[in-house]
Design a protein around this ligand. Structure first.
Ligand code: PMP
Length: 392
């Protein structure tokens, strides 16, 4: 990859903003609008045109196990993983899903035995991604059931452990914690990309989930992919999606293929590297700036603390750095018991630690909002001092 550089026209700027304290800053969801600026600068290079007569059939590739996977999207997924070096793709089946949210459900379905006497336990170490419990249980499936924090799991028999690395909400690098016979692991690699964390080696687990939402910022395309080692598991995941939505939008897959292609072209001497920017270098610098700004605001305020991340070498960027996660796992110090409520009184909306199986002293804050919102957030945070916490 080329040396780290941020094209000057796209330099991260902190625009001067007046904060009258009235505007509500909503950093509850991890909506990746931060990336809009990059893709705007790319202009028409990612534009595709789909005519009325195209993408009409249900089928994409009848010879493929996952028959609704667009071949061009599959090709660009493999190419990008090879360039970034974050996952092995040789001898894996690719299953495409409507977001990795659908693939997560497909994985639970595929890994649970169809005729067990009781539902399979699904666990993840706290703090865990807040959607896992709700998505697992909302249809009250007889096949699987949320069983909480993997650290406290001691039931005998088979189980599914979700390993999210880097983790949502706290950015930690994770390994499975239960490690017992009968384990079925799902590795959620939504954030295993070089803007968030050093790429130490290509991951090669049995079932790995990825999503464009956090990789390129195209959450609205609703596309994810699973890399699956076992053919039968890949087949069952494919049937889940067949029964659930009869496949996945072809239009989205074609658009995603183009986006991934443009990213890969900027790292390989093909295509038109001058027109396409080095996406991961840009997004990495942006996250670096944001974490610097946040840590400085936290220091200035004195009311909060943040996790620290050890520095390690990234084979893709060719440099060492500490993780700069998509979310800040912010802790209120100074005796504030409900951090979410405290920030809400200052019109900063975050997600309470309770939703992640953790204490309400913590909140999760999105680091991926637009510049304006993020800058206002750090500005307001830095102005909160002990007197404000005593007021409430
Ligand atoms: N897994 C994790 C850990 C996530 O943070 C998210 C998005 N917040 C998802 C999965 C879901 O992503 P998608 O938009 O692909 O459904």
């Amino acid at each position: 990859p080329p040396s780290p550089s941020t094209p000057s026209s796209m330099a991260v700027t902190s625009t001067e903003i007046k904060d009258d304290g009235e505007r509500v800053i909503n950093l509850d969801h991890g909506d990746p609008t931060m990336y809009e600026r990059f893709w705007q600068q790319m202009g028409d290079i990612t534009t595709i045109v789909i005519s009325g007569w195209q993408s009409m059939s249900y089928f994409s590739d009848v010879k493929n196990l996952c028959w609704f996977l667009e071949p061009e999207f599959a090709k660009q997924i493999i190419r990008l993983h090879k360039i970034v070096g974050n996952a092995v793709t040789d001898n894996y089946y690719i299953v495409v899903g409507t977001g990795s949210t659908q693939l997560f459900q497909a994985a639970l379905y595929a890994l649970s035995p169809p005729n067990a006497s009781e539902p399979m336990s699904v666990v993840s170490a706290a703090p865990f991604y807040s959607s896992y419990p709700s998505v697992t249980d909302f249809l009250k499936s007889g096949l699987y059931k949320w069983a909480g924090d993997a650290n406290n799991f001691n039931k005998d028999g088979p189980y599914i452990e979700l390993v999210t690395s880097p983790n949502n909400p706290d950015g930690s690098i994770r390994q499975p914690v239960v490690n017992r016979s009968g384990e079925n692991l799902v590795h959620d690699f939504a954030y295993y990309w070089p803007q968030y964390t050093p790429i130490s080696s290509p991951a090669d687990h049995d079932l790995m989930l990825f999503t464009v939402s956090k990789a390129t910022g195209h959450a609205g395309m609703r596309l994810g992919w699973a890399l699956v080692k076992d053919k039968e598991v890949a087949k069952k995941m494919t049937s889940f999606i067949e029964l659930n939505t009869i496949g996945v939008s072809k239009d989205s897959q074609q658009r995603a293929a183009k986006i991934l292609q443009v990213i890969s072209d900027s790292y390989e001497p093909v295509g038109n590297p001058k027109q396409s920017g080095p996406f991961f270098h840009f997004s990495h610098s942006m996250m670096e700036e944001r974490w610097k700004a946040l840590r400085s605001a936290v220091k200035q305020s004195g009311l909060f603390s943040l996790p620290e991340f050890p520095s390690s070498f990234c084979n893709f960027l060719g440099q060492a750095f500490g993780s700069q996660p998509a979310f800040a796992w912010l802790k209120c110090e100074g005796g504030i018991e409900d951090c979410g409520n405290f920030l809400k009184r200052h019109k900063i909306l975050t997600r309470n630690g309770k939703h992640f199986g953790a204490s309400p002293e913590y909140v999760r804050v999105s680091m991926l909002d637009r510049d304006e919102s993020f800058n206002l957030f750090t500005k307001r945070l830095s102005s909160l001092h002990l007197s404000q916490s005593k007021d409430h």
